[in-house]
Design a protein around this ligand. Sequence first.
Ligand code: SF4
Length: 336
Amino acid sequence: MIKLTAIFDLEFDRMREEIRRRGARRILVQLPEGLKSKAPKIASIIEETGATVVISADPCYGACDLAINEAKSLSADLIIHYGHSELAVKSSDIPILYFEAKANVSIENAVKDAMKYLESLDNIGLTTTVQHVHKLSEAEDILRKAGKKVYVGHEPGLKYPGQVLGCDYRNAKIISNAVDAFLFIGGGIFHAVGVFLATMKPTIAADPFESKARRIDDYAKRVIAVRWADISEASRARRWGVIVGLKSGQMNIESALRIKGELEEAGREAILLALREITPDALMEFPSIEAYVNTACPRISFYEPKKFSKPVLTPREMRVALGKISWEDYLELGLL
Ligand code: SF4
């Protein structure tokens, strides 16, 4: 079995130095699901510095989810956040140390495997997650040597060129008109599907962990078909729930209030529901609600809709359901 500490750079030396330099005494650590198994190792390293460590066992899917309130209630004086880059979210009075967990894996074989899908295409857009941003120039070289023109977008607010988040594909959208297809570098297909949904361009996912590439267009088209079905069902709903996320970077009460107003103007009933984790079990407690609008993380609508017994729409999708935006315009704008 390959060790996660060998695959991902967990920067233990920097962690020790920063804890000592800051004189932190009680530290709350947040880890993404894929790194939670490293909690005992991380805890023992922090304890070597003389600080007390508490590991957050709650799910953590992004830097939108900083455990600021939890750290305050534990009287922690530092948050260590693994696996994501810093977002421009509300400021915290508890300092936050980010460790991005860059992947120490070669991208070469995965990118070379992707070439079979790119043969007839000249202009390629490159995207990736924070785990592989340091390898993007290597991917660019491989593509250029194969005669391709390579585009990498960099929009304000995103830390790295070419970086995408599950809810932010601006680095792909900004170059979309110039490219024939996108090459996404990273594990799984979640973000690659997002690139397709945001741009509607052919998208190849090159997975460095498996040294393989695949087209994700067919999967993404199935996601679009499910969105159409959910929007159609929601268009007939009388009673709606408007979800307000309680995570630090997901809360948007102003947007939720606007949406409630739009639903009521359209003759529907709407109530506001505040949640940290949006799960099927939590929503099942409201059987009379026929459809939801989610103002928090959009991944639920695009990647987990089948888990929910009622449609969970994004705000833009709600406007399609109310007839304010056409389905065609929605596709044209990009789903994300
Ligand atoms: S809102 Fe969702 S997609 Fe965006 S960073 Fe947070 S977890 Fe990721």
